[in-house]
Design a protein around this ligand. Structure first.
Ligand code: ADP
Ligand code: MG
Length: 270
């Protein structure tokens, strides 16, 4: 029996058109993500990573190719998709609880059960004492957890995370990465994470998709497996496999692209 993948992308290409001309962002991208999988996407800055997520999210339609979620064409898939960005976009004039309830409020689906669900998420994820606090009273890490709860409030099965930890300082980032990974796995969500931090990708993902320079095409898909003793992203950073995977991803990023022959030499290009 073959299970339908949660996400299936086939021959996706996309360009932007402006007065200045055409910018090709994605070129013939195909991959699939199984239900419950955590996939990280890395690639040079400006290669088309955010474009890929916005197409999956349905914010725009691809020029070419198809996107299926649970085997359903994207345009017909009606379950909400969670989308988390670098900025948490919490509204300062609302409390943490009312921020978390924003999605259900906008879509007119606040029921007592939904309110209970959101409250239980906030309590479970360390925000129970901050229900009536304003976002500015929370640390960066807590704000990102609140933003995740707001995303989970709509009960999405698929989460798209576009560099959600980038704005945090290093120490907070390590902790939030651990927390958010645990929450997503505990909630049995399927996640696609864009990050320019290779260590983060190796420590959090089941597979890493390495993209080429713009227009992004797939250079390599690397499965990541750690021995059972290493469960959390923080623990995995100390595993013997960690530097091996890190090096593999790094080499893929630096390797000349088959299409252009160009080398991604950059030390700071992602
Ligand atoms: P990444 O997330 O990998 O940094 P993006 O997907 O944001 O890259 O952008 C890919 C390319 O498409 C970039 O060259 C960017 O300037 C261009 N681009 C992104 N959004 C638009 C837009 N709305 N209109 C025109 N060009 C865009
Ligand atoms: Mg981006």
């Amino acid at each position: 029996m073959t299970l339908t993948p949660k996400l299936f992308i086939r021959h996706l290409s996309h360009s932007y058109h402006s007065k200045k001309g055409e910018t090709a962002a994605l070129s013939d991208i195909s991959f699939s993500v199984d239900s419950g999988e955590f996939v990280a996407i890395v690639g040079p800055s400006g290669c088309g990573k955010s474009t890929l997520l916005s197409l999956i999210c349905g914010l725009s339609s691809p020029d070419e190719g198809e996107i299926f979620i649970d085997g359903i064409p994207r345009s017909q898939y009606k379950t909400p998709i969670g989308y988390m960005l670098q900025k948490d976009h919490l509204l300062e004039w609302r409390s943490i609880l009312s921020n978390a309830l924003l999605g259900p409020e906008i879509s007119h689906c606040i029921t007592p059960a939904k309110r209970e669900y959101v409250l239980s998420l906030l309590h479970n994820y360390g925000l129970g004492n901050f229900l009536s606090s304003k976002p500015s009273e929370l640390s960066g890490g807590m704000r990102q957890r609140a933003a995740l709860v707001r995303t989970l409030a709509m009960e999405p099965e698929l989460l798209l995370l576009d560099e959600p930890f980038s704005a945090l300082d290093y120490q907070t980032r390590l902790q939030v990465c651990d927390d958010i990974s645990e929450i997503i796995r505990e909630q049995k969500k399927t996640a696609l994470l864009i990050t320019h931090d290779l260590a983060e990708a190796v420590s959090i993902a089941d597979r890493i998709i390495v993209l080429s320079k713009r227009p992004a095409s797939i250079k390599k898909i690397l499965p990541i497996r750690f021995s059972e003793a290493y469960n959390t992203p923080l623990q995995k950073r100390n595993a013997p496999e960690f530097p091996v995977y890190f090096q593999m991803v790094w080499e893929q990023l630096c390797e000349p692209s088959e299409k252009t022959g160009e080398q991604n030499k950059g030390t700071n290009n992602w």
